[in-house]
Design a protein. Structure first.
Length: 283
C-alpha cells in the first residue's frame, strides 16, 4: 500500500465515521474516496499515449464511456456482470502490492468480494439497485453469494501475505474492508489496495516528484471527468433516487475505457515502473 501513515489513518477513521453516519454518509464516502480519489490514477491515461495518437485515443475512450452508460441504461444486469468480471481481472493484473501471482489473483477477488464476507444481504441489495428496476432479486442474491465465496477464499491468502510482509497496516485495511458497510468497504478497498498504489506508479512514469506535481499535469482531464460525472450521474439519479445506480454506472464509464482502451494505445516507450513492495500514495 502506498499512503503516508497519517493519510492512511485518516481514510480508515473517516470510513468508520461514514459507517456510523448511515446511508447518506456511506454514499458520500463512496463518492469522495471511490469515485473521487479512486479515479485519480486514470487521469494520467492521456499522457501515456503518444501525442500523435491522442486524438484517436480520446475518441475511443469517450465512445467506450458513452457506450457503458448506454449499456447500463438498456441492460443493467449484463453491464454489472461484465464490470465486476473486468474489475477483478484488472485489479489482479495491475497489482503493485504483492509479487506472487496467486496473491494478486486473491487481491482481484477480494476488492470486489471482500465487502460481502460479513454483509452478504446488504451487498445483494446494492447489486439489485445497481442493475436497475428490472433487476432479478434472485440473481442479485446469487451474485452476492459468489462475491462472498471469492472474498472468503481471498481473505486468508491476503492476511497471510500481510503477515509475511510484516505489514500490519495492510492487515487492518483488509479487515476494515470486510467489516465496514459495503459502500464504504468497496471504496476503501478499491482506493487503498489498487488506486493509490497505481497513482504512485503513474507519478513515477510521468516523472512527477510529488502528488501536487501530478495534479498539475492532469488537472484538465480531472476537470473534464468532473463534468462528465455530473452529466452522466444526473441521468441515472433522476431515474433512481438512491444514487447507487448512478454511482456504479459512472464508475464503470470511467473504468472500462481505462481497462480496455488504454492498453491498445500505450506509447511503446512507456515501461511499467518497478514494483516497490507493500506501500499505502503519499499526499
Amino acid at each position: 500500500m502506498q499512503e503516508t501513515g497519517r493519510g492512511w489513518l485518516a481514510l480508515v477513521l473517516t470510513a468508520g465515521l461514514a459507517s456510523l453516519a448511515g446511508g447518506a454518509g456511506q454514499l458520500a464516502y463512496a463518492l469522495v474516496v471511490g469515485l473521487g480519489l479512486g479515479l485519480l490514477h486514470g487521469a494520467s491515461d492521456l499522457r501515456l499515449v503518444a501525442p500523435g495518437r491522442r486524438l484517436a485515443f480520446l475518441g475511443c475512450y469517450l465512445a467506450t464511456a458513452l457506450a457503458c452508460l448506454l449499456c447500463w441504461q438498456l441492460a443493467g444486469t449484463a453491464a454489472l456482470l461484465l464490470f465486476l468480471l473486468l474489475s477483478a481481472w484488472h485489479f489482479a493484473h495491475e497489482d503493485e502490492l504483492f509479487p506472487k501471482r496467486l496473491t494478486s489473483l486473491a487481491l482481484g477477488l477480494f476488492i470486489i468480494g471482500g465487502p460481502a464476507v460479513v454483509h452478504e444481504a446488504a451487498v445483494a441489495r446494492l447489486l439489485a439497485l445497481a442493475m436497475g428496476p428490472a433487476a432479478s432479486l434472485a440473481l442479485a442474491d446469487w451474485l452476492a453469494r459468489v462475491l462472498l465465496l471469492g472474498g472468503l477464499l481471498a481473505l486468508p491468502v491476503l492476511l497471510l501475505a500481510a503477515w509475511q510482509q510484516r505489514c500490519p497496516r495492510l492487515a487492518v485495511t483488509l479487515l476494515a474492508v470486510v467489516l465496514a458497510p459495503p459502500l464504504v468497504g468497496f471504496a476503501l478497498g478499491f482506493y487503498l489496495l489498487h488506486a493509490a498504489p497505481q497513482t504512485g506508479v503513474r507519478q513515477r512514469l510521468l516523472g512527477a516528484p510529488t502528488f501536487k506535481a501530478y495534479l498539475r499535469l492532469t488537472w484538465p482531464i480531472l476537470l473534464g471527468a468532473a463534468l462528465f460525472t455530473l452529466a452522466g450521474g444526473l441521468v441515472f439519479l433522476l431515474q433512481e433516487r438512491t444514487g447507487i445506480r448512478a454511482l456504479f454506472a459512472v464508475l464503470a464509464a470511467f473504468a472500462v475505457p481505462h481497462m480496455l482502451v488504454l492498453p491498445r494505445f500505450l506509447d511503446a516507450g512507456v515501461e511499467a515502473a518497478p514494483r516497490s513492495g507493500p506501500q499505502v500514495v503519499e499526499r
